[in-house]
Design a protein. Structure first.
Length: 254
């Protein structure tokens, strides 16, 4: 698989705070709400699996969506951490236990990616994505905020989304698209640890093939011009099968 993220060349492996990058994408009228997500991995007879959870359809954010465990960074997390990264790490561990009953060792979590939604979003969560090996034990959900869970191979989760059996958000899609290339949890964690986290500040545009989420490096990202030419770094959300595009003329499909 070709590289699809935008690496920020900051020599802070797995603990890149992205302070300057975050400041660039927060505005006075659209402040960023810190949040954290953790992607749990395990090996099965069929290959690599990740834990996904379905949010209650009565919630005010990502209602009914299938997501990874996670939530807002709370004051208690900020009190524990000495910086934004540590506070997000605390939130990821806490939220994972609250939503799944799985107790994580913070030392096992690797900073995987960072996501910021478009300025038009009603609530802009600045989300640290961590990735970790799943601990042993059974998943226990509260049947409140979380109403269902499944361990899926990334490619199976994407197929379900394309078949309209589940709903996912662009950060989840891109994460699954990346993870489907790994043969085991060990290989995934080693590779991700070595390459470091990736940053995505999303913009949404309308294309001839449907709405698209675009990121730094896309020809339309800075000038807003929707053209068939130029470099691509986007997820075209054409119903029902979304398509990831990277490069001058390369089209990759999950």
């Amino acid at each position: 698989m070709e590289h699809f993220g935008v690496d920020l060349l900051i020599p802070m492996k797995n603990k890149m705070p992205f302070e300057e990058w975050l400041d660039q994408h927060g505005t006075e009228n659209s402040s960023l709400i810190p949040a954290a997500t953790v992607i749990l991995l395990r090996d099965s007879n069929g290959g690599l699996e990740t834990l996904m959870m379905r949010r209650n359809s009565n919630l005010s954010f990502a209602e009914g969506m299938w997501v990874f465990p996670g939530g807002k960074v709370e004051e208690e997390d900020m009190a524990i951490g000495q910086n934004q990264h540590d506070a997000a790490l605390s939130a990821a561990v806490r939220e994972c236990e609250e939503e799944s009953g799985m107790i994580l060792n913070p030392a096992d979590l690797i900073y995987y990616s960072h996501w910021i939604p478009p300025v038009e979003a009603p609530r802009r969560f600045s989300t640290w994505f961590f990735i970790a090996p799943s601990p042993k034990g059974q998943v226990v959900i509260d049947d409140g905020e979380i109403i269902d869970h499944e361990w899926w191979r990334p490619e199976d989760a994407l197929a379900r989304a394309h078949d309209r059996k589940i709903q996912i958000l662009p950060p989840t899609w891109i994460t699954l698209f990346d993870l489907q290339e790994f043969t085991s949890a060990k290989v995934a964690l080693q590779t991700i640890s070595a390459r470091g986290p990736r940053a995505y500040a999303t913009k949404i545009i309308r294309t001839d093939n449907g709405m698209a989420a675009i990121w730094e490096g896309d020809n339309a990202y800075d000038n807003g011009e929707v053209s068939s030419e130029g470099h691509r770094h986007r997820l075209v959300m054409e119903d029902p099968i979304w398509r990831f595009e990277l490069g001058e003329s390369t089209t990759l499909q999950g």
